[in-house]
Design a binder for this molecule. Structure first.
Ligand code: ZN
Length: 235
């Protein structure tokens, strides 16, 4: 089975001729590939598959990619805002208790200090305030990284190494098969300097990269399974 991403790349701008086969895989025509793509469940994964490997096709449906990315981040943003509101309320309550009807006790002070520390921690874990307005830039940077990320040099993208008879997860890439991308490069891709990226943006960037990589991978599997079924039926 050829790499489905390479197959999709053949649906690129100069080769969208649905009546011609695609060289190298005579069993599959462009029409087969486009039809199989239509069978992949709609959602973030399929949008990413198209955005990463068939940019011209995705361009026609960019609003669907936008909607899918927004649907991905909205629950997480809401969860963060809820935690922040709870931590603020807890601190407010702890402060009200101090000195209520008399002098503050050591326990009340300790409660207030703990609530203050919790609020600080929650704030640190929240994505930057401007995450939503930066979402188009973040999403495009992540998509470019997925589409252009090199294979791990150590395992050549297999994610496994084979010392003697054993298959072991590659230690360099942790089994992902993907090459390392530096913070500096990611900072540059979203138009921030490296230290700002590290202190503010790394959390949201890596979260998006993880979720979007998983979704794209799942859709690529679905496409491969559909294409395999088609090949089986034709044989
Ligand atoms: Zn590796």
């Amino acid at each position: 089975m050829a790499n489905v991403r390479e197959l999709m790349a053949r649906l690129g701008p100069s080769t969208v001729k649905f009546d011609t086969g695609c060289g190298g895989t005579p069993d599959l025509t462009n029409q087969d590939i486009a039809a199989a793509l239509g069978m992949v469940p709609s959602g973030l994964g399929r949008e990413l598959l198209e955005a990463c490997w068939w940019p011209d096709g995705a361009a026609l449906r960019r609003h669907r990619l936008r909607d899918a990315v927004i649907a991905l981040v909205t629950p997480e943003l809401q969860r963060q805002q809820r935690r922040l509101a709870e931590a603020r309320t807890d601190l407010g309550l702890a402060e009200v208790c101090i000195g209520w009807g008399g002098s503050a006790t050591a326990e009340q002070r300790a409660n207030r200090d703990a609530a203050q520390q919790r609020l600080c921690r929650v704030k640190m874990q929240c994505w930057p305030i401007s995450t939503l307005e930066s979402l188009p830039t973040l999403a495009m940077a992540v998509i470019n990284e997925i589409a252009q990320r090199a294979h791990c040099a150590s395992c050549e993208g297999r994610g496994q190494t084979q010392p003697r008879e054993l298959l072991m997860p590659c230690k360099v890439c942790g089994g992902s098969g993907l090459g390392q991308v530096s913070d500096r490069r990611r900072a540059c891709a979203i138009g921030r300097d490296e230290s700002t990226y590290r202190s503010k943006w790394r959390g949201v960037y890596e979260w998006l990269l993880r979720r979007m990589t998983e979704a794209e991978q799942e859709a690529a599997w679905a496409l491969m399974i559909t294409l395999n079924k088609g090949e089986g039926a034709a044989a």
